[in-house]
Design a binder for this molecule. Structure first.
Ligand code: AMP
Ligand code: MG
Length: 321
């Protein structure tokens, strides 16, 4: 990874980062139509090189087996969460990625503390976990629709007026604990404009193959647009921390949102800088011995070791494909 490339990624995402301690008002501070003066046709190239970069880092993350990454994706309906996951992770080995979607909590989930169901799906070391919706629903949909809180069977002291401030603190503490223990958290809010949501809803109605994506409940949620904007603004203000900052991804241009999401994830992986484990002298001596045996077994006319001069890429120097 060249420093120049790492720097370009850092520059691209810096305007999207919510400074810890700042007070966010979405409509004032973040433009859903922003695209950093990048043209769409350059964007295609940028995304595909970003995807390759992610694949390489993911292999190293898995090999090192020390750090894990948790990506939390939040958005309003039609914000583009599914498409972002599909595109950004398209180059990555499926074995190293775990995607979990969170819906209305089940009876079993409601029988536990509110973070329980999220903790059960955390990535392991070496993995990238993606939360399609996340523990942040607990201060978003639950806040906008308080009947969700009533269903959580909380003792009275846990559902007083301080509940939201307390949850912000508990979430920050939980994320700090994860981060201290090797699990880095990437938080992406796909910031869609009300007009672009209207257009995407219409597309879901007009194109039969997209009908399944639309539910009348989505329109009811749209009617609460201002309440959601307020809940998102408060969440961003209270839970963007040094150890787990929020990034507000402009989402009106899908292609640009995907570049940004890939860039934030790449930035985190660059920060971790995972390395392939190196074997010790003892193991290397053993490998050399086995290698000599294998070379002696080469059939007549075959190269004793077709990789011998291949260098670190592991390409064969001779012989058949
Ligand atoms: P979708 O992602 O479109 O399949 O919808 C999932 C639904 O589950 C959305 O309407 C969310 O608001 C809802 N949901 C997710 N998490 C929670 C939660 N903790 N409490 C209540 N509803 C939730
Ligand atoms: Mg939906």
């Amino acid at each position: 990874m060249s420093d120049e490339r790492a720097e370009r990624i850092a520059d691209l995402i810096e305007p999207l980062r919510v400074r810890p301690g700042s007070t966010v008002r979405l409509a004032r501070d973040f433009d859903p139509g922003y695209k950093a003066r990048i043209r769409k046709k350059d964007g295609v190239e940028l995304l595909s090189s970003g995807i390759e970069l992610l694949a390489d880092y993911q292999r190293r993350l898995a090999a090192q087996d020390t750090y894990g990454v948790l990506v939390c994706l939040q958005a309003l309906d039609a914000g583009g969460k599914d498409g972002t996951i599909r595109h950004v992770m398209s180059g990555v080995n499926p074995q190293g990625v775990r995607v979990t979607g969170f819906k209305v909590p089940s009876a079993e989930e409601l029988d536990h503390d509110y973070l329980w169901r999220y903790a059960r799906h955390l990535p392991a070391r070496g993995e990238i976990g993606i939360f399609n919706r996340s523990h942040y629903e607990e201060v978003l949909v639950v806040r906008v629709h308080p009947e969700n809180l009533r269903r959580q069977k909380l003792p009275p002291a846990a559902r007083d007026d301080e509940v939201w401030e307390r949850r912000y603190r508990e979430i920050n503490d939980w994320e700090r604990y994860l981060s201290d223990n090797g699990f880095k958290i990437v938080k992406l809010f796909l910031n869609l404009s009300k007009e672009e949501q209207r257009i995407r809803f219409l597309k879901r109605i007009d194109v039969p193959e997209r009908n399944w994506k639309f539910s009348p409940a989505d329109v009811r949620e749209r009617a609460r647009w201002d309440d959601y904007q307020r809940a998102f603004s408060r969440m961003l203000s209270a839970t963007s921390t040094e150890w787990a900052p929020w990034y507000v991804v402009p989402a009106d241009h899908k292609w640009f949102a995907r570049i940004c999401a890939a860039a934030v994830l790449a930035h985190t992986l660059i920060g971790i800088d995972p390395q392939y484990p190196r074997v010790g002298d003892e193991t290397r001596r053993e490998l050399a011995e086995v290698k000599r045996d294998l070379e002696r077994e080469a059939p007549e006319g075959a190269a004793p070791d077709p990789y011998a001069k291949a260098g670190k890429k592991g390409k064969r120097s001779g012989g058949k494909g």
